[in-house]
Design a protein around this ligand. Structure first.
Ligand SMILES: [Zn+2]
Length: 411
């Protein structure tokens, strides 16, 4: 298995990365643009791009900003509201796996930026039914989160006739260099289906999982071409116009606006998924079981590219965190109503044969990573990330918070 000579990605990356003649991956090559592009000029392009979308009246929303209780949301809203001086409508899909930290962050976001926020909370019974189907069809417990968070903003754009949607970074550009910054890639149905949704649209679920009802699946549908065209909906990515650095951005938001990080089990990045019990727990174990690598590899590659970790230190971080046994599996199994063995069987069916082999009933990873050292889960380093926030956040640490308090008293 060939690895990039700079970062840790292999040719088997699910987003189709390519290695050039020097053995450097397309993600590392596109990252080089961050140090060569004229970012002041690019920001001016952004200002020009959004200008026609400003409403004459402050009573109307100029654009939609999809948010969550973590993941660059504070930075994006700060940029749109305070630098571009627009009046955004914030929208969020309730992923249901919420931590108290995620709920507190949404409340802070709404309060300190004084924005309207629309939340879509679907029936937990329907979400469970969809998740049972996606575990079987694609070995994913996160399809509903990805489908919901990419469909709901677009549905609201068409329904409320607010054509501009402003996203943060484009994953295909940031991770694997599928596009250059200069391509100014925009939101598309095709990318969403192929990559975010692992090939499965909402309509496909209805066909492949007859136990689902139309009402379970409809909320995940993307508006049709006619609806999009009649409003002129487009989605742009700030990462094409701003030198994107998620760590630095989150730290500015911790200092200035009270964003709360949250310690994660299987990665040192305590910022991007502080709002989820499972993203860096059992969901990340699934990623490892399917693809032979975990989210910590994405984070370690990012740190190498920003020159904050050497390749050696990043590799050490990755193999240590990938060996952590997630403590949140019981919480998920109780919610979904599956035994541990039944759950593991569903995921085993989706292992990538390029990285896994099965020998006398036992799954073995081909030669992708050096052998994992003995794991001391309590002593894993934070690599410069602030693992915990400064506030004592109320709420149960071992349960989902479906809906919590949405406002803070003293911003
Ligand atoms: Zn690379």
């Amino acid at each position: 298995m060939k690895h990039c000579t700079r970062c840790l990605y292999t040719e088997a990356h699910p987003l189709n990365l390519v290695l050039d003649e020097e053995g450097v991956c397309s993600g590392c090559r596109v990252h080089e643009e961050k140090d060569t592009l004229d970012w002041d000029a690019r920001f001016k392009r952004l200002e020009e791009l959004v200008r026609p979308y400003r409403c004459a009246s402050r009573h109307f929303h100029d654009c939609i900003v999809p948010v969550s209780g973590a993941g660059d949301s504070f930075f994006i809203v700060d940029m749109v509201k305070n630098r571009l001086k627009m009046n955004p409508l914030l929208v969020t899909y309730n992923k249901q796996y919420n931590t108290p930290t995620g709920i507190a962050n949404l409340a802070t976001l709404r309060t300190v930026f004084d924005c309207d926020l629309l939340q879509q909370t679907l029936s937990p019974a329907g979400v469970k039914a969809v998740t049972r189907a996606t575990l079987r069809l694609m070995g994913s417990m996160y399809w509903h989160c990805l489908a919901g968070s990419t469909a709901f903003p677009v549905q609201i754009a068409t329904r409320f006739k607010i054509p501009l949607i402003i996203w943060g970074a484009h994953q295909g550009l940031e991770q694997v260099g599928m596009y250059s910054h200069l391509d100014e890639v925009e939101m598309s149905r095709k990318y969403r289906q192929e990559h975010d949704l692992m090939g499965f649209e909402a309509e496909d679920l209805l066909r492949l999982a007859p136990e689902l009802e139309e009402r379970d699946v409809l909320p995940y549908g993307y508006p049709n071409e006619h609806e999009l065209a009649s409003v002129g909906v487009r989605g742009i990515y700030l990462g094409n116009y701003i030198r994107w650095d998620s760590k630095t951005q989150h730290e500015a938001m911790i200092a200035r606006h009270g964003f709360e990080p949250g310690r994660q089990q299987r990665t040192f990045d305590s910022y991007n998924h502080a709002d989820s019990h499972h993203y860096s727990g059992v969901h990340d174990l699934i990623k490892f079981m399917k693809h032979g690598y975990s989210k910590v590899v994405d984070h370690a590659c990012r740190e190498i590219r920003h020159k904050r970790l050497s390749r050696e230190a990043a590799l050490d971080a990755a193999i240590r965190y990938m060996a952590v046994n997630p403590a949140d599996m019981g919480l998920f199994l109780e919610w979904i109503g599956l035994s541990r063995d039944a759950f593991l069987d569903l995921v085993d069916a989706h292992r990538d044969p390029r990285v896994w082999t099965r020998e006398s009933g036992t799954w073995r990873l081909r030669e992708v990573w050096p052998a994992s050292p003995r794991v001391d889960e309590t002593g894993l380093p934070a690599y410069g990330y602030q693992p915990d926030g400064s506030r004592d956040i109320p709420g149960p640490k071992d349960k989902y918070v479906l809906i919590g308090r949405g406002w803070i008293d003293a911003p």
